[in-house]
Design a protein around this ligand. Sequence first.
Ligand code: 13P
Ligand code: SF4
Length: 344
Amino acid sequence: MANKWSATALFDRLSHVSLGGSTCLYSLETCEKMVPLINEILELKERQDAIILAHSYVSPEILVTVADAVGDSYELSLKAKQATEKTIVFAAVKFMGETAKLLNPEKQVLIPSQKNGCSLADSITQSQVKQLRSEYPDHTFVCYINTTAEVKAECDVCVTSSNVTQIVSQIDNDKIYFLPDRLMGQNLVNELAEKGVKKEVKYWDGTCYVHEDYDPELVAYIRQKHPKAAIVSHPECSESVVALSDYVGSTSQMMNYVKEHEADQYFLLTECGLTSRLQTEVPNKQFIGSCSMCKYMKSNTLDGILQTLKEPESAININIDQRIQKKARSCIDAMFDYNQPIKR
Ligand code: 13P
Ligand code: SF4
């Protein structure tokens, strides 16, 4: 029988969450309204043998209550690979649900939100990759996990923000085509040069609309206003922002940096769900700066998750064509092989 939440316990967990300013986003009243939904989700999840995976960018009331696993895209793909439940409910965006389905073709994978795109995944199509492959036949095609299953099916190896440099460094070809993120591609070129790895890297022109918005002037302003703050950015930010940062990493790497670093103040240049998550997990540290939200990640709600469990047919049920499934799966498996071989 699932443990039940009370409004006071929930308010206690969320009382440090603020966006930008210092005012708590949650009141006891909002928590009172959320608790019946949360408890119903917990009960249904157990009854229907479902696991809920949630990316760190979704709303904190989902992360702290109903999610069985919270993480970055690499960690969540590992969780999806290890899941034993019949159904995976993925509170994130569609490409992450597709990755879960590629790893678990026999399971039902449901996405609670109808607005589940991603400006990176939507920036390139399968036929564009086919065209690029004919233009660059000698290149190894490396795709960021933020791509559709069809795009993965045309690529050689998938990477995430936590392993891109490490994997590209190991590829036995000095000609790489990286897609779809131009900014991450430029950061990759710089990191490889710093490590003394010689590769010719071409890249596609996609961007994450959330991360590309950060500019070096804002970072310089924060640096001047808060000289003691550690500035931490995601590799989807521009190279000029990355150059001014104290640390660059995937969402989970940023989170670990904050937890382990001695500074009291942080400015996180990423979707502000990560800041909200850290406000619940390390309430003694202070987070400054503006808040940028991903409209796709934030369209996941408790209502949507409850509806998905009550009426699975109302949710997006991920289905992948068999031929795409086989090719895209080997692109993802290549990542696990490069990264850290785990039992299949
Ligand atoms: P992570 O790989 O850090 O989870 O990033 C995914 C993402 O969509 C960032 O915008
Ligand atoms: Fe895509 Fe950017 Fe949203 Fe991440 S934050 S899901 S890259 S649009």
